[in-house]
Design a protein around this ligand. Structure first.
Ligand code: GLU
Length: 504
């Protein structure tokens, strides 16, 4: 049997980390088993589904590297796979035919109850402290009664008969689950009176038609599964295996929701989390590798993934771990690859600086960034941090806060004297070549001669040429900036300090 599993997102919001993790588990399982990974769009909630959300979901999955073997037509690319279409709104005739089959076999019936009748039932049940359920008013209508109701102009919904008995299944993650069918709320509407099919029905018709063998989905669907199993049986389809993966929780163990937490994959991407780190992180959010190792590439995950090691307890979202993994993965990228990925982040940051008056002195291209990679690779928690690390190499003038310019143990006079002396040393040194290891020694000697702490001198220089107190290593930074620029910025700092000091 070929394993076939699927991700079935509803395009009613951006790609959520929970959906991304479920997609990842389906992908890993399918690849590990040599099976097929299907993408199906569950877009029957017409009021809330949009093309923009659909694009966000598909792009996000593709960006994560979770490419599907079968899926809908997108952006002019035809649908892929033998069970097309893969968009539920294009499959309505299939649901209609399946509903007709159930009606013909009396496994479903037409229900003419009005909203008012159903509301009154519910109110009575509430008053009697009963769980809400359909009372079965239309379960056994005579043909005459039906004709009379239709003559009133009532349009029927279609209800599936929930048979008596228990429904049991062995969930791969949760173990044995058993529920009495009487707790399922009574006969289930599968098609509304306006003819639109409901989720419980479409999901089963599609999983059956698409020969899905394993349904791997969020734990929030566990309570739906008994209904789905009954529908599979009624449709004469084989029941797939189920694996319900744990919810993703906030650190306080409440359910992660978009109101309380950052849940859109696009937001993580925009901040400069790399796909390798997100995949690694999501894989470990609910699955145990069984080893001490923590760093796994997508290929390594495919090799090791096993549904048996998905745990049943909630998976707490640990942002610090994600950030740590991100730093680890950024360090693992080749210099070329990292430079390429940094381009849009640096460009965006520089655009902000330009908007406030700075001039671009070099373009943030991969070629320009490439030599800076050794200076920043270890220092980037996220790609979006690149601007603060190197913006001063790309714009002019930089803004230097005069208060930062004077090291804590110094006064403005000492700082002025130190920067003037440093300028002279740097100018003298750099005439032949401008190399990091030729700058450090002479500047340390200067500090020693004048009785300054080298750290204070270096801080004053750092702020003068970058505007910042934290930068990549100072001497490499000077080299990256170039001799002329370094001297110019020292001059500007000296001039600014002179202006602040009373004329002597
Ligand atoms: N469209 C459903 C959802 O997004 C799919 C659930 C399922 O996997 O069965 O929750």
């Amino acid at each position: 049997m070929t394993v076939r599993c699927r991700i079935a997102p509803s395009p009613t919001g951006p790609l959520h980390i929970g959906t991304a993790r479920t997609a990842l588990y389906n992908f890993l399982f399918a690849r590990h088993e040599g099976g097929v990974f299907v993408l199906r769009l569950e877009d029957t909630d017409v009021a809330r589904s949009t093309v923009a959300w659909e694009r966000d979901i598909l792009e996000g999955l593709h960006w994560l590297g979770l490419d599907w073997d079968e899926g809908p037509e997108v952006a002019g690319q035809p649908a892929r796979g033998p069970y097309a279409p893969y968009r539920q709104m294009e499959r309505l005739p299939l649901y209609r035919a399946a509903a007709e089959r159930l009606l013909a076999e009396d496994l479903a019936y037409r229900c003419y109850c009005t909203r008012e009748e159903l509301d009154a039932d519910r109110a009575a049940q509430e008053a009697a402290h009963q769980a809400p359920h359909y009372v079965g008013r239309c379960a056994h209508l005579t043909p005459e009664r039906r004709r009379a109701l239709e003559a009133e102009g009532r349009r029927p919904a279609i209800r599936f008969r929930i048979p008596a008995g228990t429904v049991a299944f062995d969930d791969i993650v949760r173990g044995h689950v058993e529920i009495d069918a009487s707790a399922l709320g009574g006969d289930l509407v599968i098609v509304r009176s306006d003819g639109t099919p409901l989720y419980h029905f479409t999901v089963v018709v599609d999983d059956a038609e698409m020969a899905i063998t394993h349904v791997i989905r969020g734990e929030d669907h566990l309570s739906n599964t008994p209904k789905h199993i009954l529908l599979f049986r009624a449709l004469g389809a084989s029941v797939p295996a189920f694996a319900h993966v744990p919810l993703i929780l906030n650190p306080d163990r409440t359910k992660m929701s978009k109101r309380k937490s950052q849940t859109a994959i696009a937001d993580y991407r925009a901040q400069g989390f790399v796909r390798e780190a997100l995949v690694n992180f999501l894989a470990l959010l609910g699955w145990a590798s069984g080893t001490e190792e923590e760093i796994f590439s997508l290929d390594e995950l495919v090799e090791r993934f096993d549904l048996a090691r998905v745990h049943a307890g909630g998976a707490v979202f640990d942002r610090e771990r994600l950030e740590w993994l991100n730093g680890q993965w950024i360090r693992r990228l080749s210099a070329e690859e990292l430079a390429e990925r940094l381009v849009p982040f640096l460009a965006a940051e520089l655009a902000v600086r330009q908007a406030t008056g700075a001039r671009l002195v070099r373009e943030p291209t991969a070629e320009e960034i490439r030599p800076l990679v050794p200076l920043v690779q270890e220092r980037l928690p996220v790609l979006g941090a690149i601007g603060d690390l190197v913006d001063f190499l790309f714009i002019d003038p930089i803004s230097v806060d005069p208060a930062l310019l004077v090291p804590r143990r110094w006064d403005a006079g000492t700082t002025l004297a130190a920067l003037e002396a440093a300028r002279e040393v740097i100018e003298g040194q750099g005439r032949v070549s401008f190399e990091a290891d030729e700058l450090e020694g002479p500047l340390r000697d200067l500090a020693a001669r004048r009785g300054w702490k080298a750290g204070d001198l270096f801080m004053a220089i750092r702020v003068a040429i970058t505007g910042r107190t934290a930068t990549p290593p100072l001497f490499d930074t000077m080299v990256a900036l170039g001799r002329a620029h370094t001297l110019e910025r020292l001059d500007a700092a000296v001039a600014a300090l002179r202006e602040r000091l009373p004329a002597s």
